[in-house]
Design a protein around this ligand. Structure first.
Ligand code: TRP
Length: 334
C-alpha cells in the first residue's frame, strides 16, 4: 500500500529550541517510518517578516536543517528541502491567490496576532502590513499542496492555516472541476506545551528565554539557574497559578517520560535550586546524543548541503507532477 504524505516545516529565523524539540521534532521523527515525509525549511515564509534581514534567514537555514537531522530526521526516510528551491510553490501561490479573499486573510487569527506583535515593522495599527505577509497563508497552502500532503503536523497556532488550505483546495476542486488534492488534516502534538524560561507564552530568540539544542551543557545549566520562579518554596504542578515552576516540571517530566503531576510528586521535597541543578544534569544527559550529532554535522557542512540537494531533487519531481495536474485543470497547459 502507498504511504500517505506528510509535510511540515519551520521558519529559519534562528536555531531550534526545546519547544520545537518536544513539540514537533520528536513527533516528526516518530512519524517518518509511516509516512512519505517532507520537512521544509521555510525560508520564503521567514522572509515575509524578515525581508530586511536576509543574512539572518540565510544562516538559520543550515541551523534548522542540522537541528532536524541531529534530532533524528533520517535523510533516508524523510525529504528535507529548502522552500525557495522549489519554484513551483511560488507558481502555485499565484494561482491560489485568486481563490482567497483579502478579508479572510485579514480575519486569520494567527496572522492578526502576528501583525499586532510586529508593530516595529508593520506599524501600530498594521497600516504598513505587506501584501507578502498578509498572503503567507496562501503560500503555506501551496507548500502543503505542492506535494499533495495528507497530514500536516503542527502546533495549535497553525490550525487557521490548515483550515485556509482546505478552503482553497475545496474551491479549486469546485471551480476547475477536478479532484487532484487530498484534503489535508492537521496533526497536533500530544506533548504539553513548553513556555519560555521567563514564564512567557513560548520560547523565542527575541525574548532570550529559550534553551537551544545547540547550547552547551554549561549554557543550559546557567539558563536554568537563572530561570524565573515564584517566591514559593515547594515544587508543584499548577500551570495556571504557578506557570514558571510548573514549566520546569513539564520539561523534567518530558525527559523522564512521566506525567507532569507525577513528576511534581516525586520532586516535592526538593528546593528550587536543587531541582534546577538536577534538571540541568538530566537535561544535559538527555540531549547529549543530539548535541554530539549536531556538532558532528557542524564540522561537515557539505554533508548537510548534500542532504538538502537530494531533498531539492526529490521535491522538484513531486512538485512538477503536481503542477502538470494544476495547469491541465486550469487550462494553461499550452
Ligand atoms: N508557519 C509555520 C511556522 O511558523 C512554518 C510553515 C511554513 C509550515 N510552511 C508550512 C508548517 C507548511 C506546516 C506546513 O512554524
Amino acid at each position: 500500500m502507498e504511504k500517505k504524505i506528510l509535510l511540515t516545516g519551520d521558519r529559519p529565523t534562528g536555531p531550534l529550541h526545546l519547544g520545537h524539540y518536544f513539540g514537533s521534532l520528536m513527533n516528526r521523527k516518530a512519524m517518518q517510518d509511516d509516512y512519505e515525509s517532507y520537512i521544509m525549511v521555510a525560508d520564503v515564509q521567514a522572509l515575509t517578516d524578515n525581508f530586511n534581514q536576509p543574512e539572518k534567514v540565510r544562516e538559520s537555514v543550515l541551523e534548522v536543517a542540522m537541528d532536524n537531522i541531529a534530532s533524528g530526521i533520517d535523510p533516508k526516510k524523510s525529504t528535507l528541502f529548502i522552500q525557495s528551491q522549489i519554484p513551483q510553490i511560488a507558481e502555485l501561490t499565484v494561482f491560489f491567490s485568486n481563490l482567497v479573499t483579502v478579508n479572510s486573510l485579514k480575519r486569520n487569527p494567527t496572522v492578526k496576532a502576528e501583525i499586532a506583535e510586529k508593530r516595529d515593522i508593520f506599524g501600530r495599527d498594521g497600516e504598513s502590513v505587506t501584501y507578502g505577509f498578509l498572503g503567507y497563508p496562501v503560500s503555506q497552502a501551496a507548500d502543503i499542496t505542492i506535494v499533495r500532503a495528507d497530514i500536516v503536523p503542527v502546533g495549535e497556532d497553525q490550525l487557521p492555516m490548515i483550515e485556509q488550505t482546505r478552503e482553497i483546495i475545496e474551491r479549486f476542486h469546485r471551480i476547475y472541476e477536478t479532484e487532484i488534492f487530498p484534503l489535508p488534516q492537521a496533526k497536533l502534538s500530544s506533548s504539553p506545551r513548553i513556555l519560555g524560561l521567563d514564564g512567557g507564552a513560548k520560547m523565542s530568540k527575541s525574548l532570550n528565554n529559550a534553551i537551544y539544542l545547540k547550547d552547551s551543557p554549561e549554557e543550559t545549566t546557567e539558563k536554568l539557574k537563572a530561570a524565573k520562579t515564584d517566591s514559593g518554596s515547594t515544587i508543584t504542578f499548577d500551570p495556571k497559578t504557578r506557570p514558571e515552576i510548573s514549566n520546569l516540571v513539564t520539561i523534567y517530566s518530558l525527559i523522564h517520560d512521566q506525567k507532569p503531576a507525577d513528576a511534581a510528586r516525586e520532586l516535592a521535597g526538593m528546593t528550587y535550586s536543587g531541582f534546577k541543578a538536577k534538571l540541568a544534569t538530566d537535561l544535559n544527559r538527555y540531549l547529549a546524543p543530539v548535541r554530539a550529532k549536531r556538532s558532528e554535522l557542524e564540522s561537515k557542512a557539505h554533508y548537510v548541503k548534500e542532504i538538502l540537494e537530494m531533498g531539492r531533487i526529490r521535491t522538484l519531481e513531486k512538485a512538477e507532477e503536481t503542477m502538470k495536474l494544476v495547469r491541465a485543470a486550469m487550462k494553461i497547459n499550452y
